[in-house]
Design a protein around this ligand. Sequence first.
Ligand SMILES: [Zn+2]
Length: 144
Amino acid sequence: MAGKKEVDIRFSKFGTVSFTAITKINDFIDYLEQGKVMATRCKDCGAVFFPPRADCYKCLDSNMDWIEVSGTGRLVTYSKLEYAPIGFGDDLPYAIAVLDYGDYKVFGRIAGSVPEEEIRIGMEMTTVVNQLPNGQMNYVFQKA
Ligand SMILES: [Zn+2]
């Protein structure tokens, strides 16, 4: 009986952590629905996280602000995919890329509307919310 109680306590601790994580993810989706791609910034040290994190690994604290990924980032690198993970095959070909916003970097996908021959390392791009044909949302990089 004592052993069973111990297991129950552990489980409720795990659930609390999971609930917090899900809440943060839901906020990100709420912002996407408002047309905003958001990162988090630590109120204590100013570190910016994308994808957004609930906890700062530097301060070991959870004192975060949501900030919008706005303005332009510089294309650091990209890779055109000819093969994709299961579920992404219909999107091929597409390019994954990293934009450098100075304080942080954003990993994502270059919009299919950007011609491949116009993609240049160092070009300025913006991160925008994108509606997918199946009703889901993501974000993509467009030419600035
Ligand atoms: Zn911090």
